[in-house]
Design a binder for this molecule. Sequence first.
Ligand code: GDP
Ligand code: IMO
Ligand code: MG
Length: 473
Amino acid sequence: MSTGSKSKSKRESLKTQNVLRPAFANLLFVGSPDCVLPDASGKFFAHFLIAMANTILVGAQWGDEGKGKIIDVLTAKADIVVRSQGGNNAGHTVFHRGVKYILHLIPSGILRRGKVCVIGNGVVIEPIALLGEIDGLRKLGVTIGRNLLISDCAHLVLPYHRLLDEQRELRQGHTRIGTTKRGIGPAYGDKAARTGLRMSDLMQPIVFSKKLQAKVTENNRILQALGAKPVSFREVNESYLAAGERLRPFVGNTVVYLHRAMERGKKILFEGAQGTFLDIDHGTYPYVTSSNTTAGGACTGTGVPPHRIDRVVGVMKAYTTRVGEGALPTEDMRLTQMLHNLGREFGATTGRKRRCGWFDAVATRYARMINGIDELAITNLDGLDHLDPIRVCVAYRLNGKRLGVPPCDARQLANCEPIYAEVRGWNTPTHSARTFSQLPPAARKYVRYISQLTGAKLSMISVGPARGETIIL
Ligand code: GDP
Ligand code: IMO
Ligand code: MG
């Protein structure tokens, strides 16, 4: 009781302080006019302060850092979990009560009761895959109803996108990207070319069919020129319209929903997909995905402005992995073999073997800079339990020069040689540690070292795939 009233009076005094600051006055009218609160002067500032708890979570490496597991842990403190980019190329794994869930399009927050999950405007949605995911989760006992919202501005992935993705990969031979073949690149390509179809089109059957007809005609010409089978307009039209009807109850303006929620003081967790070095702008282009996987993408992909973001959490493995083509400077065959022999590091979406390497501090330091990472979550520490010594890449060498940041050019990155520091291993299982002090001294030293090299505060260490196998600092 007394704590509640104390914090209430603290809030009251903060409200008063802010009311006196004219610089905030114009913020009263941000959002739709009907969002302005009756007692705007007092309540607005209180909500503004509460809304400061919004968190962006990003992958600080090449994807598969364990974002799903960390999101599941952080969701306990959030009200809303929102995806802002990517599509069903993502595979986020959550283990709970012995059940393994792999989320592709639906935010990992769906597994916790009372949380709302939003698929934002920046995501590309394959409606039939999304329905498959909804049905699969329901079979596992997960409730999906009013707790899922889908942006009407999100673009659609269509069958011709998947076929084009496949054809491009086939034809590129050894220069292929190694995509997930989910049609992500071609779908974002149409979005950028301003010829894409969106959820809002699917909600209007006549409009959808007309636009689809033109797109199928255009893409069938390309597919035929590539020697691939054309798609049937009738089949796509029927199956997508049927899927659209099932998705209709979830579709709406998620921007307004998120803003109203923030005004009510709700806390939003932005679930990043892929990782920093798969970002279309900042990643190892062209071996990247087609969206902005870095923190900025969370704002453009949801319509939540940057000043409503309070912190950025970067997730990184205690080592490095990558699936698909492109340079991985610290790749190490022995480490890869060791992890695969343990049954670890197989892709959650495609089942492909992930390439593995030592921790790359050049990459994570750059990721910290691009994303503005405040806090770090280190996952898979237990993957290094039986390695001694452990290597950490502290710089690259390219043409005799020492580099502290990754070069922009893919070929130059492929020619970078890692410069390693060696640290002692701990040769002890860590999966049962629940506090920092329960970790072996060498493991503590290692996580401190890699967070210092990355340059952000360490806030979480994961020592196993389950929710409980987490050390919160
Ligand atoms: P995401 O795409 O970033 O969500 O990561 P994925 O789910 O694709 O891959 C991460 C893998 O690591 C999954 O199999 C997780 O269950 C697993 N995982 C996450 N954290 C830990 C950990 O601390 N220890 C172990 N052993 N596995 C983990
Ligand atoms: P999560 O969210 C790891 C990789 C693909 C390929 C490149 C382009 O689970 O971390 P795309 O199909 O997107 O056009 O493929 O990006 N890739 C991922 N790698 N984790 C992911 O997602 C990925 N999503 C795409 O392997 O190299
Ligand atoms: Mg994954």
